[in-house]
Design a protein around this ligand. Structure first.
Ligand code: GLU
Length: 281
């Protein structure tokens, strides 16, 4: 049975771009008689706002996007992230790093999908693991995993290139796990068979595929959909004026009609489907 999920982070209100992503995940599950799940990605303690969760649930109900089962929260799964981190450490694939963002940016030779690529400054150094971030030794991990591929329903078969990210952080200093590790473990734990998300996260899947191989997790399929973009081709963002769904709901707008319009690609003026040029991943 096909299972999809919508996985918003409670660090700002949902807007039309989120509605679109949720509709894609919901409708693909429905189309194949499967299940659509809801997961709250709330482990970024510095940005997460618990009060937004009730708003998200009300927004989705208003749009007519019912989900199956209980809502799950990443904050309840910290032990799994820590256990997977331990496993990767025991496999000799992680190393501690104390570099700041600014130091990484200054030392980087290349720019990857997430910004400056870490040049491996701390690799091979005997550093104090206390309050360090843990990075994956990418070359070593790829050697261990061997060549990998994955399938996107729209873009077809892809050769995995996690090396685009360099030695990416898997266990963060300021949060229990990185997005890459948490999302990979959660999609596996929830038996998600089709991971849908915006095309701006296409490259992240290279890293997720590698983590699945290293941790012996089943491989889903992916569906990276086009994003709602503004006139400049940029991904919609609340800070650039895209209305919050909650505001539309409180103003008495009809959520089912809005969902219907999005499904029919009838977008508000100045908004269209695109790949989110220049959008942060
Ligand atoms: N929490 C992520 C976001 O809000 C979702 C990422 C994903 O679907 O993998 O962008």
């Amino acid at each position: 049975m096909i299972r999809t999920r919508f996985a918003p982070s409670p660090n700002g209100s949902l807007h039309l771009g989120h509605a679109w992503a949720a509709i894609v995940a919901h409708d693909l599950a429905r189309l194949h008689g499967g299940e659509f799940l809801l997961r709250i990605e709330d482990i970024d303690g510095t940005r997460s706002r618990a009060g937004l969760v009730d708003q998200f649930l009300a927004d989705l109900e208003w749009l007519g996007l019912g989900w199956a089962g209980e809502v799950t929260f990443q904050s309840a799964r910290l032990d799994s992230y820590a256990a997977a981190g331990e496993r990767l450490k025991v496999m000799g694939l992680l190393y501690p790093c104390h570099c700041t963002r600014a130091e990484v940016a200054a030392a980087a030779h290349t720019i990857g999908p997430d910004g400056p690529v870490y040049p491996g400054t701390c690799r091979g150094r005997a550093l104090d693991p206390e309050s360090a971030a843990w990075r994956i030794d990418m070359a070593r991990a790829m050697k261990l995993a061997g060549p990998l591929s994955w399938t996107d329903e729209l873009a077809g078969e892809q050769r995995a290139h996690p090396d685009l990210f360099g030695d990416v952080v898997l266990l963060r200093k300021d949060a229990p796990a990185s997005y890459h590790l948490a999302v990979t473990l959660d999609d596996s734990a929830q038996d998600i068979t089709l991971v849908t998300r915006g095309a701006d996260l296409f490259a992240a899947t290279h890293v997720h595929r590698l983590l699945q191989a290293l941790l012996g997790l089943a491989q889903p399929k992916w569906h990276h959909h086009a994003l709602l973009v503004d006139m400049d081709g940029k991904k919609l963002a609340k800070r650039r004026g895209s209305s919050a769904l909650a505001d539309l709901r409180h103003a008495g707008e009809d959520g089912l009609a809005l969902a219907g319009a999005l499904r029919a690609h009838r977008f508000p003026a100045g908004i269209s489907l695109g790949l989110g040029v220049g959008a942060p991943p």
